[in-house]
Design a protein around this ligand. Structure first.
Ligand SMILES: [Zn+2]
Ligand SMILES: [Zn+2]
Length: 69
């Protein structure tokens, strides 16, 4: 028998529906790219269609990784 434990992580990544580059709300947008940070894999990177088009840079808040890919 295993007991379920609920631990509150103070650094729980907050899921936001905001573009990682321009910070615009992308909640109801089409063509939004979402992926985990290629470096640390802890933060979800969100890119709106506009930023993908102009290849705007994004920065991971966890490890400061920047990139267009
Ligand atoms: Zn954007
Ligand atoms: Zn990262």
């Amino acid at each position: 028998m295993r007991t379920k434990t609920f631990i509150n992580h103070p650094k729980n990544p907050v899921i936001m529906d905001k573009c990682s580059s321009c910070k615009k709300n992308v909640a109801n947008k089409k063509g939004v790219a979402r992926f985990m940070c290629p470096k640390c894999g802890k933060q979800e990177i969100i890119r709106c269609p506009e930023c993908r088009k102009i290849a705007a840079k994004y920065k991971c808040p966890e490890c400061n990784f920047t990139g267009p890919n």
